[in-house]
Design a protein. Structure first.
Lengths: 333, 291
Protein backbone atom coordinates (compact mmCIF):
# COMPACT_ATOMS: atom_id res chain seq x y z
CA UNK A 1 0.00 0.00 0.00
CA UNK A 2 1.27 3.48 -0.82
CA UNK A 3 1.89 5.68 2.16
CA UNK A 4 0.21 9.05 1.85
CA UNK A 5 1.07 12.04 3.97
CA UNK A 6 -1.82 14.30 4.83
CA UNK A 7 -1.36 17.90 5.88
CA UNK A 8 -4.01 17.55 8.60
CA UNK A 9 -5.25 15.09 11.21
CA UNK A 10 -7.14 11.99 10.06
CA UNK A 11 -8.34 8.69 11.40
CA UNK A 12 -5.69 6.12 10.69
CA UNK A 13 -7.95 3.11 10.22
CA UNK A 14 -10.38 2.45 7.38
CA UNK A 15 -14.16 2.67 7.33
CA UNK A 16 -15.90 -0.72 7.27
CA UNK A 17 -18.73 -1.01 4.75
CA UNK A 18 -21.42 -3.69 4.55
CA UNK A 19 -24.26 -4.15 2.11
CA UNK A 20 -27.42 -4.98 4.04
CA UNK A 21 -30.09 -5.31 1.34
CA UNK A 22 -30.60 -5.08 -2.40
CA UNK A 23 -33.85 -4.51 -4.25
CA UNK A 24 -34.66 -3.85 -7.88
CA UNK A 25 -37.30 -1.51 -9.24
CA UNK A 26 -38.73 -3.08 -12.39
CA UNK A 27 -40.04 -1.22 -15.41
CA UNK A 28 -43.67 -2.05 -14.46
CA UNK A 29 -43.15 -0.15 -11.20
CA UNK A 30 -42.97 -3.21 -8.92
CA UNK A 31 -40.08 -3.98 -6.64
CA UNK A 32 -38.17 -7.20 -6.23
CA UNK A 33 -36.29 -7.67 -2.97
CA UNK A 34 -33.25 -9.78 -3.86
CA UNK A 35 -32.05 -12.69 -1.72
CA UNK A 36 -28.99 -12.20 0.46
CA UNK A 37 -27.08 -14.37 -2.04
CA UNK A 38 -27.06 -11.30 -4.31
CA UNK A 39 -24.18 -9.91 -2.28
CA UNK A 40 -21.08 -11.28 -0.64
CA UNK A 41 -19.32 -9.56 2.26
CA UNK A 42 -16.30 -11.78 1.79
CA UNK A 43 -15.97 -10.91 -1.92
CA UNK A 44 -17.11 -7.29 -1.40
CA UNK A 45 -19.35 -7.77 -4.42
CA UNK A 46 -23.00 -7.29 -5.39
CA UNK A 47 -24.54 -9.15 -8.34
CA UNK A 48 -27.63 -7.37 -9.68
CA UNK A 49 -28.22 -9.97 -12.40
CA UNK A 50 -28.94 -12.71 -9.90
CA UNK A 51 -32.74 -12.80 -10.27
CA UNK A 52 -32.55 -12.85 -14.06
CA UNK A 53 -34.35 -9.50 -14.55
CA UNK A 54 -33.24 -7.58 -17.60
CA UNK A 55 -35.94 -4.94 -17.39
CA UNK A 56 -34.99 -3.28 -14.12
CA UNK A 57 -34.78 0.49 -13.94
CA UNK A 58 -32.89 1.05 -10.72
CA UNK A 59 -31.46 -0.85 -7.79
CA UNK A 60 -31.53 0.30 -4.20
CA UNK A 61 -28.58 -0.93 -2.17
CA UNK A 62 -28.90 -0.73 1.61
CA UNK A 63 -25.61 0.21 3.27
CA UNK A 64 -24.17 0.23 6.74
CA UNK A 65 -20.80 1.81 7.50
CA UNK A 66 -18.81 1.74 10.72
CA UNK A 67 -16.27 4.48 11.32
CA UNK A 68 -12.99 3.59 13.08
CA UNK A 69 -12.57 4.39 16.81
CA UNK A 70 -11.88 8.02 17.51
CA UNK A 71 -14.36 9.38 14.98
CA UNK A 72 -16.52 10.84 17.74
CA UNK A 73 -13.76 11.71 20.19
CA UNK A 74 -14.56 14.95 22.03
CA UNK A 75 -11.11 16.31 21.20
CA UNK A 76 -11.26 15.28 17.51
CA UNK A 77 -9.67 17.69 15.04
CA UNK A 78 -12.81 17.79 12.87
CA UNK A 79 -16.33 19.08 13.06
CA UNK A 80 -19.37 18.80 10.75
CA UNK A 81 -18.74 15.07 10.39
CA UNK A 82 -20.62 13.47 7.51
CA UNK A 83 -20.40 10.11 5.78
CA UNK A 84 -20.82 9.73 2.04
CA UNK A 85 -21.27 6.64 -0.13
CA UNK A 86 -19.80 7.24 -3.59
CA UNK A 87 -20.51 5.12 -6.65
CA UNK A 88 -18.12 5.46 -9.61
CA UNK A 89 -17.96 3.78 -12.99
CA UNK A 90 -15.01 4.54 -15.25
CA UNK A 91 -16.70 3.01 -18.27
CA UNK A 92 -19.71 5.33 -18.16
CA UNK A 93 -18.10 8.28 -16.33
CA UNK A 94 -20.64 8.08 -13.54
CA UNK A 95 -20.02 9.53 -10.12
CA UNK A 96 -22.97 9.70 -7.75
CA UNK A 97 -22.96 10.12 -4.01
CA UNK A 98 -25.43 9.80 -1.22
CA UNK A 99 -25.16 10.88 2.41
CA UNK A 100 -25.57 8.27 5.14
CA UNK A 101 -27.17 9.09 8.48
CA UNK A 102 -25.92 8.26 11.95
CA UNK A 103 -27.80 5.38 13.57
CA UNK A 104 -27.44 6.60 17.18
CA UNK A 105 -26.28 9.99 18.35
CA UNK A 106 -23.02 8.88 19.92
CA UNK A 107 -22.44 5.78 17.76
CA UNK A 108 -20.01 5.09 14.96
CA UNK A 109 -22.51 3.28 12.73
CA UNK A 110 -24.03 5.12 9.80
CA UNK A 111 -26.55 3.78 7.31
CA UNK A 112 -28.49 4.70 4.22
CA UNK A 113 -29.14 3.54 0.70
CA UNK A 114 -27.74 4.17 -2.73
CA UNK A 115 -29.57 4.17 -6.06
CA UNK A 116 -27.93 2.46 -9.04
CA UNK A 117 -29.53 3.34 -12.38
CA UNK A 118 -29.60 0.61 -15.01
CA UNK A 119 -29.15 3.06 -17.89
CA UNK A 120 -25.97 4.40 -16.33
CA UNK A 121 -23.86 1.24 -16.30
CA UNK A 122 -22.74 -1.38 -18.76
CA UNK A 123 -20.86 -3.67 -16.42
CA UNK A 124 -19.33 -2.92 -13.07
CA UNK A 125 -19.36 0.08 -10.78
CA UNK A 126 -17.27 0.63 -7.69
CA UNK A 127 -18.66 1.63 -4.30
CA UNK A 128 -16.67 3.38 -1.57
CA UNK A 129 -17.47 5.33 1.60
CA UNK A 130 -15.77 8.51 2.77
CA UNK A 131 -15.95 10.15 6.20
CA UNK A 132 -15.66 13.88 5.68
CA UNK A 133 -15.36 16.84 8.02
CA UNK A 134 -14.15 20.40 8.48
CA UNK A 135 -10.52 20.39 9.67
CA UNK A 136 -8.59 23.55 10.58
CA UNK A 137 -11.34 25.59 8.98
CA UNK A 138 -11.16 23.68 5.68
CA UNK A 139 -14.48 22.18 4.66
CA UNK A 140 -14.80 18.82 2.89
CA UNK A 141 -11.64 17.15 4.18
CA UNK A 142 -11.51 13.39 3.80
CA UNK A 143 -10.88 11.92 7.26
CA UNK A 144 -11.17 8.19 6.55
CA UNK A 145 -12.42 5.93 3.80
CA UNK A 146 -12.97 2.29 2.92
CA UNK A 147 -9.69 0.59 2.05
CA UNK A 148 -11.34 -1.85 -0.34
CA UNK A 149 -14.22 -0.81 -2.59
CA UNK A 150 -17.24 -2.98 -3.25
CA UNK A 151 -17.87 -4.14 -6.80
CA UNK A 152 -21.44 -3.58 -7.99
CA UNK A 153 -21.91 -5.75 -11.06
CA UNK A 154 -25.06 -4.77 -12.96
CA UNK A 155 -25.09 -7.93 -15.08
CA UNK A 156 -23.49 -10.77 -13.15
CA UNK A 157 -25.53 -13.54 -11.56
CA UNK A 158 -22.91 -14.26 -8.94
CA UNK A 159 -21.26 -11.85 -6.49
CA UNK A 160 -17.58 -12.36 -7.28
CA UNK A 161 -15.03 -9.63 -7.90
CA UNK A 162 -12.46 -11.57 -9.94
CA UNK A 163 -12.04 -11.55 -13.70
CA UNK A 164 -15.16 -12.75 -15.49
CA UNK A 165 -14.88 -14.52 -18.79
CA UNK A 166 -17.39 -14.84 -21.54
CA UNK A 167 -17.29 -18.21 -23.28
CA UNK A 168 -18.93 -18.40 -26.69
CA UNK A 169 -19.32 -21.47 -28.84
CA UNK A 170 -19.25 -21.15 -32.61
CA UNK A 171 -18.35 -23.08 -35.68
CA UNK A 172 -15.36 -21.05 -36.81
CA UNK A 173 -15.72 -22.14 -40.43
CA UNK A 174 -19.45 -21.39 -40.71
CA UNK A 175 -20.08 -18.64 -38.13
CA UNK A 176 -21.89 -15.50 -39.23
CA UNK A 177 -18.98 -13.73 -37.51
CA UNK A 178 -16.87 -13.82 -40.63
CA UNK A 179 -13.77 -12.71 -38.82
CA UNK A 180 -13.67 -16.15 -37.15
CA UNK A 181 -13.26 -17.97 -40.48
CA UNK A 182 -9.48 -17.63 -40.72
CA UNK A 183 -9.14 -19.37 -37.33
CA UNK A 184 -11.04 -22.52 -38.35
CA UNK A 185 -8.12 -24.90 -37.69
CA UNK A 186 -7.62 -24.14 -33.98
CA UNK A 187 -9.79 -25.33 -31.05
CA UNK A 188 -10.20 -21.91 -29.43
CA UNK A 189 -9.16 -18.30 -29.68
CA UNK A 190 -9.11 -15.51 -27.13
CA UNK A 191 -10.53 -12.06 -27.87
CA UNK A 192 -9.48 -9.44 -25.34
CA UNK A 193 -10.59 -6.46 -27.41
CA UNK A 194 -14.21 -7.08 -26.41
CA UNK A 195 -15.62 -5.43 -23.28
CA UNK A 196 -15.16 -8.64 -21.31
CA UNK A 197 -12.42 -11.08 -22.37
CA UNK A 198 -14.03 -13.75 -24.48
CA UNK A 199 -13.00 -17.29 -25.36
CA UNK A 200 -14.48 -18.52 -28.62
CA UNK A 201 -14.60 -22.31 -28.64
CA UNK A 202 -14.53 -23.88 -32.09
CA UNK A 203 -17.38 -26.38 -32.41
CA UNK A 204 -15.78 -27.65 -35.62
CA UNK A 205 -13.51 -29.70 -33.35
CA UNK A 206 -15.50 -32.89 -32.85
CA UNK A 207 -16.44 -33.60 -29.26
CA UNK A 208 -14.97 -30.44 -27.76
CA UNK A 209 -18.32 -29.19 -26.49
CA UNK A 210 -19.26 -32.56 -25.01
CA UNK A 211 -15.90 -32.58 -23.26
CA UNK A 212 -16.25 -29.05 -21.93
CA UNK A 213 -19.79 -29.68 -20.74
CA UNK A 214 -18.95 -32.97 -19.08
CA UNK A 215 -19.53 -32.85 -15.37
CA UNK A 216 -18.14 -36.27 -14.40
CA UNK A 217 -15.41 -36.64 -11.84
CA UNK A 218 -13.62 -39.34 -13.82
CA UNK A 219 -10.77 -38.96 -16.25
CA UNK A 220 -12.99 -37.02 -18.59
CA UNK A 221 -13.61 -34.39 -15.95
CA UNK A 222 -9.90 -34.10 -15.21
CA UNK A 223 -9.08 -33.68 -18.88
CA UNK A 224 -11.75 -31.00 -19.10
CA UNK A 225 -10.21 -29.16 -16.13
CA UNK A 226 -6.83 -29.37 -17.81
CA UNK A 227 -8.27 -27.95 -21.00
CA UNK A 228 -10.00 -25.16 -19.12
CA UNK A 229 -6.75 -24.36 -17.27
CA UNK A 230 -4.95 -24.18 -20.61
CA UNK A 231 -7.60 -21.80 -22.00
CA UNK A 232 -7.45 -19.72 -18.85
CA UNK A 233 -3.65 -19.45 -19.11
CA UNK A 234 -4.10 -18.18 -22.65
CA UNK A 235 -6.70 -15.68 -21.48
CA UNK A 236 -4.62 -14.29 -18.62
CA UNK A 237 -1.59 -13.97 -20.88
CA UNK A 238 -3.59 -12.25 -23.62
CA UNK A 239 -5.35 -9.96 -21.19
CA UNK A 240 -2.07 -8.93 -19.61
CA UNK A 241 -0.50 -8.12 -22.95
CA UNK A 242 -3.63 -6.32 -24.11
CA UNK A 243 -3.74 -4.18 -20.97
CA UNK A 244 -0.02 -3.34 -21.03
CA UNK A 245 -0.19 -2.53 -24.74
CA UNK A 246 -2.95 0.02 -24.27
CA UNK A 247 -1.76 1.79 -21.13
CA UNK A 248 -2.60 5.45 -20.89
CA UNK A 249 0.33 7.66 -19.99
CA UNK A 250 -0.17 10.61 -17.65
CA UNK A 251 0.95 14.13 -18.49
CA UNK A 252 3.96 13.55 -16.25
CA UNK A 253 4.97 10.47 -18.24
CA UNK A 254 3.96 7.65 -15.90
CA UNK A 255 1.51 4.90 -16.91
CA UNK A 256 -1.95 4.88 -15.29
CA UNK A 257 -3.94 1.85 -14.16
CA UNK A 258 -6.97 1.37 -16.43
CA UNK A 259 -10.39 1.85 -14.77
CA UNK A 260 -11.95 -1.36 -15.96
CA UNK A 261 -11.22 -5.06 -15.56
CA UNK A 262 -7.88 -4.57 -17.29
CA UNK A 263 -6.80 -2.61 -14.22
CA UNK A 264 -7.98 -5.42 -11.93
CA UNK A 265 -6.04 -7.96 -13.96
CA UNK A 266 -2.88 -5.89 -13.82
CA UNK A 267 -3.15 -5.38 -10.08
CA UNK A 268 -3.57 -9.08 -9.61
CA UNK A 269 -0.79 -10.26 -11.92
CA UNK A 270 1.88 -7.62 -11.38
CA UNK A 271 3.02 -8.94 -7.97
CA UNK A 272 3.96 -12.20 -9.74
CA UNK A 273 5.49 -10.46 -12.74
CA UNK A 274 7.62 -7.98 -10.80
CA UNK A 275 7.75 -9.32 -7.24
CA UNK A 276 8.74 -7.31 -4.21
CA UNK A 277 7.62 -3.81 -5.23
CA UNK A 278 4.37 -1.84 -5.03
CA UNK A 279 2.01 -2.45 -7.96
CA UNK A 280 2.41 1.16 -9.09
CA UNK A 281 6.17 0.71 -9.33
CA UNK A 282 5.71 -2.71 -10.97
CA UNK A 283 3.50 -1.11 -13.62
CA UNK A 284 6.12 1.57 -14.32
CA UNK A 285 8.83 -1.08 -14.68
CA UNK A 286 6.79 -3.24 -17.04
CA UNK A 287 5.79 -0.23 -19.12
CA UNK A 288 9.41 0.91 -19.33
CA UNK A 289 10.51 -2.53 -20.46
CA UNK A 290 7.87 -2.75 -23.16
CA UNK A 291 8.42 0.69 -24.58
CA UNK A 292 12.17 0.88 -23.92
CA UNK A 293 15.10 -0.84 -25.55
CA UNK A 294 15.48 -3.96 -23.49
CA UNK A 295 13.97 -6.31 -20.99
CA UNK A 296 10.62 -7.08 -22.62
CA UNK A 297 11.65 -10.49 -23.94
CA UNK A 298 13.08 -11.51 -20.56
CA UNK A 299 9.80 -10.58 -18.90
CA UNK A 300 7.77 -13.11 -20.91
CA UNK A 301 8.70 -15.98 -18.61
CA UNK A 302 7.34 -14.09 -15.61
CA UNK A 303 4.16 -13.16 -17.45
CA UNK A 304 3.62 -16.79 -18.37
CA UNK A 305 4.31 -17.80 -14.78
CA UNK A 306 1.76 -15.30 -13.45
CA UNK A 307 -0.84 -16.49 -15.97
CA UNK A 308 -0.32 -20.18 -15.26
CA UNK A 309 -0.67 -19.52 -11.51
CA UNK A 310 -3.94 -17.65 -11.97
CA UNK A 311 -5.28 -20.44 -14.15
CA UNK A 312 -4.43 -23.13 -11.57
CA UNK A 313 -2.64 -24.95 -14.37
CA UNK A 314 -0.40 -26.87 -11.98
CA UNK A 315 -3.29 -28.20 -9.95
CA UNK A 316 -5.26 -29.23 -13.04
CA UNK A 317 -2.27 -31.07 -14.44
CA UNK A 318 -1.54 -32.85 -11.14
CA UNK A 319 -5.14 -34.08 -10.89
CA UNK A 320 -5.16 -35.20 -14.52
CA UNK A 321 -1.92 -37.15 -14.05
CA UNK A 322 -3.17 -38.76 -10.85
CA UNK A 323 -6.39 -39.70 -12.56
CA UNK A 324 -4.48 -41.29 -15.46
CA UNK A 325 -2.31 -43.23 -13.01
CA UNK A 326 -5.39 -44.54 -11.24
CA UNK A 327 -6.90 -45.60 -14.52
CA UNK A 328 -3.72 -47.43 -15.51
CA UNK A 329 -3.59 -49.17 -12.15
CA UNK A 330 -7.20 -50.29 -12.45
CA UNK A 331 -6.63 -51.66 -15.94
CA UNK A 332 -3.59 -53.61 -14.69
CA UNK A 333 -5.51 -55.34 -11.91
CA UNK B 1 -8.73 12.61 -49.39
CA UNK B 2 -11.19 9.72 -49.19
CA UNK B 3 -14.94 9.97 -49.66
CA UNK B 4 -17.64 7.92 -47.98
CA UNK B 5 -17.62 4.16 -48.81
CA UNK B 6 -19.60 3.11 -51.90
CA UNK B 7 -21.97 1.25 -49.67
CA UNK B 8 -23.09 3.12 -46.52
CA UNK B 9 -25.52 1.12 -44.35
CA UNK B 10 -28.97 2.54 -43.62
CA UNK B 11 -28.88 1.57 -39.99
CA UNK B 12 -26.30 1.64 -37.23
CA UNK B 13 -24.97 -1.68 -35.99
CA UNK B 14 -22.28 -3.06 -33.70
CA UNK B 15 -18.78 -3.68 -35.01
CA UNK B 16 -16.41 -5.51 -32.67
CA UNK B 17 -12.83 -4.35 -32.35
CA UNK B 18 -11.48 -7.67 -33.60
CA UNK B 19 -13.59 -7.37 -36.74
CA UNK B 20 -12.31 -3.83 -37.36
CA UNK B 21 -8.70 -4.77 -37.99
CA UNK B 22 -8.86 -5.96 -41.63
CA UNK B 23 -10.51 -2.65 -42.60
CA UNK B 24 -8.01 -0.41 -40.81
CA UNK B 25 -5.61 -0.59 -43.72
CA UNK B 26 -2.50 1.49 -44.17
CA UNK B 27 -4.25 3.19 -47.14
CA UNK B 28 -7.13 4.22 -44.91
CA UNK B 29 -4.83 5.52 -42.18
CA UNK B 30 -3.06 7.61 -44.80
CA UNK B 31 -6.42 8.91 -45.94
CA UNK B 32 -5.88 7.56 -49.45
CA UNK B 33 -8.35 4.75 -49.90
CA UNK B 34 -11.43 3.48 -48.10
CA UNK B 35 -13.06 0.04 -48.12
CA UNK B 36 -16.14 -0.48 -50.30
CA UNK B 37 -18.53 -1.14 -47.42
CA UNK B 38 -19.99 -4.43 -48.65
CA UNK B 39 -17.51 -6.69 -46.85
CA UNK B 40 -17.74 -4.66 -43.70
CA UNK B 41 -21.52 -5.06 -43.66
CA UNK B 42 -21.01 -8.82 -43.37
CA UNK B 43 -19.15 -8.68 -40.06
CA UNK B 44 -21.46 -6.40 -38.07
CA UNK B 45 -24.01 -7.42 -35.46
CA UNK B 46 -27.38 -5.79 -35.96
CA UNK B 47 -29.21 -3.76 -33.32
CA UNK B 48 -32.87 -4.25 -32.34
CA UNK B 49 -35.39 -2.33 -34.42
CA UNK B 50 -35.46 1.33 -33.36
CA UNK B 51 -35.79 4.64 -35.22
CA UNK B 52 -32.72 5.87 -33.35
CA UNK B 53 -30.39 3.73 -35.45
CA UNK B 54 -31.10 5.51 -38.70
CA UNK B 55 -27.81 6.53 -40.33
CA UNK B 56 -29.09 9.35 -42.54
CA UNK B 57 -29.29 12.07 -39.83
CA UNK B 58 -25.70 11.37 -38.75
CA UNK B 59 -24.42 11.33 -42.33
CA UNK B 60 -26.12 14.63 -43.01
CA UNK B 61 -24.61 16.21 -39.85
CA UNK B 62 -21.04 15.24 -40.68
CA UNK B 63 -21.42 16.45 -44.26
CA UNK B 64 -22.65 19.83 -43.05
CA UNK B 65 -19.76 19.99 -40.57
CA UNK B 66 -17.19 19.25 -43.29
CA UNK B 67 -18.63 22.00 -45.46
CA UNK B 68 -19.09 24.62 -42.76
CA UNK B 69 -15.67 24.19 -41.13
CA UNK B 70 -13.58 23.40 -44.20
CA UNK B 71 -11.27 26.30 -43.31
CA UNK B 72 -10.82 25.33 -39.67
CA UNK B 73 -11.44 21.68 -38.91
CA UNK B 74 -10.81 21.87 -35.15
CA UNK B 75 -13.76 24.21 -34.71
CA UNK B 76 -16.08 21.49 -35.97
CA UNK B 77 -15.89 19.80 -32.54
CA UNK B 78 -17.83 22.50 -30.71
CA UNK B 79 -20.49 22.50 -33.43
CA UNK B 80 -20.82 18.74 -33.88
CA UNK B 81 -20.65 17.55 -30.24
CA UNK B 82 -24.04 18.88 -29.06
CA UNK B 83 -25.73 18.08 -32.39
CA UNK B 84 -24.42 14.53 -32.47
CA UNK B 85 -25.55 14.05 -28.87
CA UNK B 86 -29.06 15.32 -29.60
CA UNK B 87 -29.30 13.27 -32.80
CA UNK B 88 -27.94 9.98 -31.53
CA UNK B 89 -29.93 9.70 -28.30
CA UNK B 90 -28.30 7.10 -26.07
CA UNK B 91 -28.14 6.05 -22.47
CA UNK B 92 -24.66 5.99 -20.99
CA UNK B 93 -24.91 2.22 -20.96
CA UNK B 94 -25.42 2.20 -24.73
CA UNK B 95 -22.76 4.84 -25.32
CA UNK B 96 -20.19 2.79 -23.37
CA UNK B 97 -20.42 0.06 -26.01
CA UNK B 98 -17.41 0.84 -28.18
CA UNK B 99 -18.73 -1.38 -30.97
CA UNK B 100 -21.31 1.28 -31.82
CA UNK B 101 -18.65 3.96 -32.25
CA UNK B 102 -16.48 1.59 -34.29
CA UNK B 103 -19.39 1.23 -36.67
CA UNK B 104 -20.01 4.96 -36.98
CA UNK B 105 -16.33 5.60 -37.72
CA UNK B 106 -15.67 2.71 -40.09
CA UNK B 107 -18.98 2.12 -41.85
CA UNK B 108 -20.86 5.42 -41.69
CA UNK B 109 -18.34 8.24 -41.82
CA UNK B 110 -14.68 7.22 -42.32
CA UNK B 111 -14.38 10.28 -44.57
CA UNK B 112 -15.18 12.51 -41.59
CA UNK B 113 -12.57 10.77 -39.42
CA UNK B 114 -10.00 11.40 -42.16
CA UNK B 115 -11.12 14.99 -42.69
CA UNK B 116 -10.93 15.82 -38.98
CA UNK B 117 -7.93 13.80 -37.85
CA UNK B 118 -5.50 13.40 -40.76
CA UNK B 119 -2.32 14.92 -39.33
CA UNK B 120 -0.69 17.93 -40.92
CA UNK B 121 2.77 17.16 -42.31
CA UNK B 122 5.56 18.32 -40.01
CA UNK B 123 9.33 18.28 -40.34
CA UNK B 124 9.46 15.33 -37.95
CA UNK B 125 6.54 13.42 -39.50
CA UNK B 126 6.21 14.49 -43.11
CA UNK B 127 3.72 11.72 -43.89
CA UNK B 128 0.11 12.57 -43.13
CA UNK B 129 -1.62 9.91 -41.06
CA UNK B 130 -4.74 9.25 -38.98
CA UNK B 131 -4.12 7.70 -35.56
CA UNK B 132 -5.94 4.31 -35.47
CA UNK B 133 -7.48 5.26 -32.10
CA UNK B 134 -9.63 7.82 -33.97
CA UNK B 135 -11.44 4.87 -35.57
CA UNK B 136 -11.21 2.31 -32.80
CA UNK B 137 -9.92 3.43 -29.44
CA UNK B 138 -10.54 4.77 -25.92
CA UNK B 139 -13.79 6.69 -25.46
CA UNK B 140 -11.98 10.01 -25.07
CA UNK B 141 -9.93 9.55 -28.25
CA UNK B 142 -12.25 7.90 -30.77
CA UNK B 143 -13.50 10.48 -33.28
CA UNK B 144 -17.20 10.31 -32.45
CA UNK B 145 -17.38 8.91 -28.93
CA UNK B 146 -15.16 11.73 -27.60
CA UNK B 147 -17.64 14.27 -28.92
CA UNK B 148 -20.67 12.41 -27.59
CA UNK B 149 -19.12 12.02 -24.13
CA UNK B 150 -17.92 15.63 -24.06
CA UNK B 151 -21.52 16.68 -24.72
CA UNK B 152 -22.87 14.28 -22.11
CA UNK B 153 -20.45 15.38 -19.39
CA UNK B 154 -20.52 19.12 -20.04
CA UNK B 155 -24.22 19.68 -20.76
CA UNK B 156 -26.09 21.35 -17.93
CA UNK B 157 -29.36 19.44 -17.99
CA UNK B 158 -30.95 20.30 -21.36
CA UNK B 159 -28.55 23.20 -21.98
CA UNK B 160 -25.74 22.45 -24.46
CA UNK B 161 -24.16 25.94 -24.26
CA UNK B 162 -21.45 24.76 -21.80
CA UNK B 163 -20.57 21.97 -24.27
CA UNK B 164 -19.76 24.53 -26.95
CA UNK B 165 -17.47 26.35 -24.52
CA UNK B 166 -15.73 23.17 -23.36
CA UNK B 167 -15.25 21.77 -26.87
CA UNK B 168 -13.92 25.12 -28.05
CA UNK B 169 -10.85 24.40 -25.94
CA UNK B 170 -9.03 21.34 -27.33
CA UNK B 171 -6.84 21.02 -24.25
CA UNK B 172 -9.84 20.84 -22.00
CA UNK B 173 -11.51 17.92 -23.73
CA UNK B 174 -8.16 16.31 -24.36
CA UNK B 175 -6.96 16.25 -20.76
CA UNK B 176 -10.08 16.45 -18.69
CA UNK B 177 -12.28 13.73 -20.18
CA UNK B 178 -10.05 11.04 -18.77
CA UNK B 179 -9.41 10.50 -15.12
CA UNK B 180 -12.96 11.05 -13.92
CA UNK B 181 -12.54 14.71 -12.95
CA UNK B 182 -15.67 15.91 -14.75
CA UNK B 183 -17.78 12.91 -13.80
CA UNK B 184 -18.88 15.17 -10.96
CA UNK B 185 -21.30 17.54 -12.74
CA UNK B 186 -20.63 20.64 -10.59
CA UNK B 187 -16.89 20.31 -11.30
CA UNK B 188 -17.57 20.21 -15.05
CA UNK B 189 -19.76 23.33 -14.89
CA UNK B 190 -17.25 25.21 -12.71
CA UNK B 191 -14.49 24.49 -15.24
CA UNK B 192 -16.66 25.85 -18.04
CA UNK B 193 -17.30 28.97 -16.00
CA UNK B 194 -13.57 29.60 -15.54
CA UNK B 195 -13.13 29.35 -19.31
CA UNK B 196 -16.09 31.61 -19.93
CA UNK B 197 -15.01 34.41 -17.66
CA UNK B 198 -11.51 34.27 -19.16
CA UNK B 199 -9.74 33.26 -15.97
CA UNK B 200 -8.36 30.17 -17.67
CA UNK B 201 -7.47 30.26 -21.34
CA UNK B 202 -4.54 28.43 -22.92
CA UNK B 203 -3.56 24.77 -22.81
CA UNK B 204 -0.90 25.19 -20.16
CA UNK B 205 -3.36 26.90 -17.87
CA UNK B 206 -5.95 24.17 -18.37
CA UNK B 207 -3.32 21.52 -17.62
CA UNK B 208 -2.02 23.38 -14.58
CA UNK B 209 -5.51 23.82 -13.22
CA UNK B 210 -6.57 20.19 -13.74
CA UNK B 211 -3.41 18.95 -12.04
CA UNK B 212 -4.15 21.30 -9.11
CA UNK B 213 -7.79 20.18 -8.88
CA UNK B 214 -6.75 16.53 -8.90
CA UNK B 215 -4.07 17.12 -6.27
CA UNK B 216 -6.47 18.95 -3.98
CA UNK B 217 -9.05 16.25 -4.66
CA UNK B 218 -6.82 13.70 -2.94
CA UNK B 219 -7.77 15.21 0.40
CA UNK B 220 -10.99 17.06 -0.41
CA UNK B 221 -14.31 15.49 -1.29
CA UNK B 222 -15.85 17.85 -3.85
CA UNK B 223 -19.23 16.13 -3.50
CA UNK B 224 -19.48 17.70 -0.02
CA UNK B 225 -18.31 21.17 -1.08
CA UNK B 226 -20.63 21.11 -4.08
CA UNK B 227 -23.46 18.58 -3.83
CA UNK B 228 -25.35 17.51 -6.95
CA UNK B 229 -29.06 16.70 -7.12
CA UNK B 230 -30.19 13.09 -7.61
CA UNK B 231 -31.06 12.14 -11.17
CA UNK B 232 -34.50 11.04 -12.35
CA UNK B 233 -33.95 8.26 -14.93
CA UNK B 234 -37.38 8.75 -16.56
CA UNK B 235 -36.44 12.16 -18.02
CA UNK B 236 -33.74 10.63 -20.20
CA UNK B 237 -35.90 7.68 -21.17
CA UNK B 238 -38.67 10.04 -22.30
CA UNK B 239 -36.22 12.05 -24.39
CA UNK B 240 -34.90 8.89 -26.00
CA UNK B 241 -38.44 7.69 -26.70
CA UNK B 242 -39.10 10.95 -28.59
CA UNK B 243 -36.13 10.35 -30.89
CA UNK B 244 -38.30 8.84 -33.62
CA UNK B 245 -40.55 11.89 -33.90
CA UNK B 246 -37.96 14.60 -33.21
CA UNK B 247 -37.11 17.10 -35.97
CA UNK B 248 -33.56 17.15 -37.34
CA UNK B 249 -31.34 19.24 -35.04
CA UNK B 250 -30.98 22.91 -35.95
CA UNK B 251 -27.86 23.86 -37.85
CA UNK B 252 -27.73 27.41 -36.47
CA UNK B 253 -29.32 27.20 -33.05
CA UNK B 254 -28.29 24.76 -30.36
CA UNK B 255 -30.63 21.80 -29.87
CA UNK B 256 -32.22 21.00 -26.51
CA UNK B 257 -30.96 18.04 -24.49
CA UNK B 258 -32.90 15.75 -22.15
CA UNK B 259 -35.07 17.62 -19.69
CA UNK B 260 -32.94 16.82 -16.64
CA UNK B 261 -32.42 19.21 -13.73
CA UNK B 262 -29.49 21.57 -14.15
CA UNK B 263 -26.62 21.44 -11.65
CA UNK B 264 -27.55 23.37 -8.46
CA UNK B 265 -26.28 26.92 -8.98
CA UNK B 266 -24.92 27.19 -5.42
CA UNK B 267 -22.67 24.22 -6.07
CA UNK B 268 -21.31 25.64 -9.33
CA UNK B 269 -20.69 29.03 -7.71
CA UNK B 270 -18.93 27.50 -4.69
CA UNK B 271 -16.61 25.38 -6.84
CA UNK B 272 -15.90 28.20 -9.30
CA UNK B 273 -14.77 30.33 -6.40
CA UNK B 274 -12.69 27.52 -4.94
CA UNK B 275 -11.02 26.67 -8.27
CA UNK B 276 -10.27 30.34 -8.88
CA UNK B 277 -8.33 30.50 -5.61
CA UNK B 278 -6.64 27.21 -6.39
CA UNK B 279 -5.66 28.44 -9.84
CA UNK B 280 -4.10 31.62 -8.54
CA UNK B 281 -1.56 29.61 -6.57
CA UNK B 282 -1.20 26.69 -9.00
CA UNK B 283 2.10 26.30 -10.82
CA UNK B 284 1.49 26.89 -14.53
CA UNK B 285 4.37 26.55 -16.93
CA UNK B 286 5.25 29.81 -18.60
CA UNK B 287 3.41 31.94 -16.07
CA UNK B 288 5.30 34.65 -14.22
CA UNK B 289 7.07 33.46 -11.09
CA UNK B 290 7.13 29.84 -12.17
CA UNK B 291 10.09 28.14 -13.84
Amino acid sequence: MTLKIYPYKRLNRPVALRVTSVSLKLSDGTRDQLETTAYSTQQHAVALGIAGHTDWVSATIGLSATLPPGANAPDAAWSDLCVLAVLTDGETNVRTSTALTRDAEDGRDWSGSLEVLRDDHLGRASLAVHAVGTVDGVEGRSIAETDRSWVVDTVSEEPVRGLQLDVQKASFSKSSREWLHPYADVPWIVDVSARVPTVFVNTDVDGIIALLDSSGSGVEGKVRDLLVAQMATDVWTAVFHGAIGELEVEAGGGPVFPDDWQGEVLREMLPDVVPGVHVEEALRQVHRRRTGDSGWVELQTRIHYAAARRADAGKALAYAIRSLEQMNRESET
Amino acid sequence: MITQPNHVPERLALLSASAVDPFLTEELLKGEQVHGGIDLAKVVESLPDDARWSVEPIRSLVEDAMFEFREDRTRADAWLAPRLHATLRLTRREAADKRLWNHVALAVAPDYVAWRHLSEPTAKRPERRIAPERFRGPADRQCFSRLWWAAELFRNGPDYAPVEVACGNQDLIHTVLRGGLVDHRPTAQALVRLLQNGQVTGGREVNGLSVAINAAGATLIYDVLAPDAPKDPTRLRDWIAEAGSALPVGRHNLPEGPDEDPVPEDSVAALTEYFTELFETAPVRGRKGVD
